[in-house]
Write a protein that binds this ligand. Structure first.
Ligand code: NAD
Ligand code: GLY
Length: 371
């Protein structure tokens, strides 16, 4: 794969994540990796570790490296994939910081998708009990979701994202140039996270997505910048109100309990995370309808939008509803014996619902699996 052409630097949108003294900008634009004057102003010291992977670094590390002149810096590259989001690799990243002689004012730069962003943030949270990090997301999913909000961490054999820290970045540099090399399926998975924001809490944005679905599917620049900015602005508001997920932030998990069960049942190969979220949102809408919370018309609108964006909405063939229900019982949001799910009252009106009857969920899964 060859890197996309670097554009002249231009910021198309800026969103601020308002967290008092820890507030930070999310810059969305073109040529931003090479716009070092902008992001270097967020560095406080002289040491930088760039964390990336063996797919992204050959494409984009050079652009970042050109901006690091005069600093003491090194890079640490992981093998590609979720399987490498481990404690062992955090240990290696920390060793790389030690080898660099990183001091308290050092900064970790995350150059990659959500796997790299989550790990770089966690390594930064651990080194000397917390140093700066900058997110340079290179997948659409990372631009609209994982790079914003400060959730960092790694997986354990016992489960995904079981260990981590809330640690906010100093800046998010979303350079749309990098998306030119992103595989189409990964791009669509990112669009699912855009739809999710609108489905949870912004009906006007949902209607805008319906009108611009074709442009987004075709990766139109202006539509894409607007979609990313609106999703990031929505998430930034939620994070500013509930940084550590004491309440409202849990809504950002619409479709996740179903989605994680589907991802796990598919052994993390049948569905990408964003695809699991797409099917999960459709199932959450179906369950809300079944429980009398929302209208069939809302479910149909969600299904149509996801399909227009090329996303799956059905349970993959061969998955067993009983197994999916068993996997849903393991979700971190549950209390003993009942399911706690994010459902909705219609487009833009998600809510946390505790004590959901497993029989209703099983009936829904059985009918969805029959197609
Ligand atoms: P990813 O990081 O695995 O990236 C997907 C694939 O795209 C990888 O193969 C990667 O090497 C490749 N890639 C990245 N940028 C590229 C580019 N510009 N050109 C070509 N290839 C490129 O996956 P993801 O979907 O970005 O992120 C998923 C991860 O994010 C999961 O670990 C998930 O748990 C985490 N996540 C975290 C949060 C959060 O709030 N912290 C939210 C959502 C997801
Ligand atoms: N992706 C969910 C959150 O950031 O809270």
């Amino acid at each position: 794969m060859t890197a996309s052409t670097a554009s002249a630097p231009s910021v198309l949108r800026t969103i601020d994540v308002a967290l008092g003294a820890r507030s930070y900008p999310v810059w969305i634009g073109r040529g931003l990796l090479g716009d070092a004057a902008r992001w270097r102003a967020r560095l406080r010291g002289r040491h930088v570790l760039v964390l990336s992977n063996t797919t992204v670094a050959p494409l984009y590390l050079e652009r970042v490296a050109q901006g690091l002149d005069g600093l003491r810096w090194s890079s640490f590259l992981l093998d590609d994939g979720e399987a490498h989001k481990t404690f062992a690799n955090i240990g290696r990243a920390l060793e790389a910081l030690a080898a660099l002689g990183a001091t308290r004012d050092a900064c970790v730069i995350a150059l990659g998708g959500g796997v790299i962003g989550d790990m770089a943030g966690f390594a930064a949270a651990c080194w000397m009990r917390g140093i700066d990090f900058i997110q340079m997301p290179t997948t659409l999913l990372a631009m609209v979701d994982s790079s914003v909000g400060g959730k960092t961490g790694v997986n354990l054999p016992a489960g995904k994202n079981l260990v981590g820290a809330f640690h906010q970045p100093r800046a998010v540099v979303a350079d749309l140039d990098t998306l030119a090399t992103l595989p189409a399926r990964e791009y669509r998975a990112g669009l699912a996270e855009v739809v999710k924001g609108a489905a949870i809490g912004d009906e006007a944005f949902f209607a805008w997505l319906e009108r611009h679905a074709d442009a987004l599917a075709a990766r139109d620049d202006e539509a894409l910048a607007e979609a990313i900015a609106r999703k990031v602005a929505y998430k930034a508001g939620v994070v500013a109100r509930d940084e550590t997920e004491q309440g409202e932030r849990a809504l950002l998990n619409l479709g996740h309990t179903f989605g994680h069960a589907l991802e796990t049942a598919g052994r993390y190969t049948a569905l990408l995370h964003g695809e699991g979220v797409a099917v999960g949102m459709r199932l959450a809408a179906g369950l809300s309808e079944r429980l009398g919370m929302s209208a069939a018309a809302d479910t149909a609108r969600l299904q149509r939008l996801l399909e227009a964006l090329g996303l799956p909405t059905a349970i993959p063939p061969g998955m067993d509803p009983e197994q999916l229900l068993a996997l849903m019982r393991l979700d971190k949001k549950n209390t003993a014996g009942t399911l706690r799910l994010i459902l909705w009252r219609g487009i833009g009106q998600a809510e946390i619902v505790a004590g959901v009857d497993e029989a209703d969920v099983l009936t829904l899964l059985q009918s969805a699996a029959r197609g």
